[in-house]
Design a protein around this ligand. Structure first.
Ligand SMILES: *[C@@H]1O[C@H](CO)[C@@H](O)[C@H](O)[C@H]1NC(C)=O
Ligand SMILES: *[C@@H]1O[C@H](CO)[C@@H](O)[C@H](O)[C@H]1NC(C)=O
Ligand SMILES: *[C@@H]1O[C@H](CO)[C@@H](O)[C@H](O)[C@H]1NC(C)=O
Ligand SMILES: *[C@@H]1O[C@H](CO)[C@@H](O)[C@H](O)[C@H]1NC(C)=O
Ligand SMILES: *[C@@H]1O[C@H](CO)[C@@H](O)[C@H](O)[C@H]1NC(C)=O
Ligand SMILES: *[C@@H]1O[C@H](CO)[C@@H](O)[C@H](O)[C@H]1NC(C)=O
Ligand SMILES: *[C@@H]1O[C@H](CO)[C@@H](O)[C@H](O)[C@H]1NC(C)=O
Ligand SMILES: *[C@@H]1O[C@H](CO)[C@@H](O)[C@H](O)[C@H]1NC(C)=O
Length: 330
């Protein structure tokens, strides 16, 4: 072999290896930009959060923002939901932050984790259907984007913290089916953006604070199954966006303000067991009503035929009936 020829091969292979290097580099860049990853601080926070919740066998071998799940390696039961949602537009689409944290129906034995406050972009917390104890950590108040807290069906106890009044961006607060006791704090009236307030199935006493009359965006208000006393507040009739109102077995005693029946957007109205009762069947203005429960209200006389004029109650039934009929005919 001539030395000139050898030299040519060498230079070609040098060319080839530098080409290879360039290709590898491009591929690395591809891989990085194709799969953004959860911010390392939040990966670390997830471990603390899991530990406080009593999660065993947390598996972070895959990025939860990519799998959209918090993988917990244990026997999966029906209804388990461990959804993670992230915003991955940070740092040129390379870094993700968790926005939605859902860990539902896991029978978790721990506490609500104060460490969730380390997920600074968190918008929504859903920890329903566990066995979590304690109360709502005030550390969460430092989450500027937090709009929704659902901690229903746990064994949280003590008074509903007055400090929740500082969570002014909340639109949903769901504390249903816990062991909260004491009065409903008047500070909840500061949550002017609230659209859903669900306090049903606790051990709350006292009257409903008048401050809640400020919550004019309320669509879903539920106090059922508590030990409240005093009157059903007049202001409820002023919450004109209300769609769902549940006051059954709430403990509230006095007459039902007629203004409630004049709420135009009601879809679901459930009231029972007020000692003063109703006597006459009320005239309900909302044409959207789908569910109506009026139990143990000392109603007398016939059900007025106007109730059958509620188009949605009727339309719902008639449409289904008619559409199945017409299908049969076809
Ligand atoms: C963690 O999950 C990965 C797959 O996502 C699996 O290969 C691995 O075995 C799991 N680790 C444990 C300890 O279960
Ligand atoms: C988990 O819960 C969220 C919020 O309630 C819901 O949107 C989602 O569909 C659920 N996922 C599964 C797999 O059930
Ligand atoms: C990030 O991704 C979005 C689409 O998801 C794109 O519109 C945007 O230009 C990207 N931004 C950067 C800095 O790459
Ligand atoms: C409410 O949201 C605004 C706008 O995102 C934010 O600037 C503010 O800090 C939030 N307030 C609280 C108490 O989280
Ligand atoms: C209520 O809802 C409206 C319309 O969505 C919104 O503009 C307003 O900021 C909300 N909050 C209050 C306190 O009115
Ligand atoms: C209503 O509840 C409050 C607080 O528990 C109590 O002080 C008051 O005596 C109760 N009133 C009635 C009529 O039961
Ligand atoms: C209901 O609204 C009307 C008109 O805005 C107001 O005059 C009245 O005081 C309100 N009632 C209650 C109990 O908030
Ligand atoms: C039920 O209504 C009747 C009259 O309609 C009234 O005489 C009676 O006192 C009421 N009972 C209660 C417990 O309010």
């Amino acid at each position: 072999m001539s030395s000139a020829y050898k030299l040519m091969i060498m230079s070609q292979s040098r060319h080839f290896s530098s080409l290879l290097a360039v290709l590898i580099f491009i591929c690395l860049v591809c891989a990085v930009s194709a799969s953004p990853s959860l911010h390392p601080d939040e990966v670390k926070a997830l471990k603390d959060i899991a530990s406080t919740l009593g999660v065993k066998h947390l598996n972070l071998s895959e990025d939860p923002c990519l799998t959209k799940t918090l993988v917990i390696s244990q026997v999966l039961k029906e209804g388990h939901n461990s959804t993670i949602r992230c915003d991955c537009h940070f740092n040129n689409n390379q870094t993700c932050h968790i926005t939605h944290f859902i860990l539902k129906t896991f029978s978790l034995p721990g506490r609500l984790p104060p460490e969730l406050s380390k997920l600074q972009y968190l918008e929504s917390i859903d920890l329903c259907l566990n066995y979590l104890y304690g109360s709502i950590p005030m550390e969460w108040a430092s989450l500027p984007y937090l709009t929704s807290i659902s901690v229903c069906a746990n064994r949280l106890s003590g008074e509903i913290p007055k400090g929740l009044g500082k969570f002014i961006n909340l639109t949903q607060l769901v504390l249903e089916a816990n062991q909260f006791s004491g009065i409903i704090p008047k500070e909840l009236g500061n949550l002017v953006n609230l659209e859903g307030l669900v306090l049903s199935s606790n051990q709350l006493v006292g009257s409903v604070p008048e401050t809640l009359g400020r919550l004019i965006n309320m669509t879903n208000l539920r106090f059922s199954d508590n030990h409240l006393n005093g009157s059903i507040p007049e202001f409820i009739g002023n919450l004109s966006k209300l769609k769902r109102l549940e006051l059954y077995a709430s403990g509230l005693r006095e007459p039902i303000p007629d203004s409630i029946f004049r709420l135009e957007n009601l879809v679901d109205l459930r009231i029972s067991d007020t000692t003063a009762g109703l006597r006459q069947f009320p005239h309900i203005v909302s044409k959207n009503l789908k569910y109506l429960v009026l139990r143990n209200l000392n109603l007398t006389g016939p059900i007025p035929t106007t109730i059958w004029d509620l188009p949605n109650l009727m339309t719902l039934n008639v449409n289904t009936y008619e559409s199945s009929q017409s299908k049969n005919r076809l």
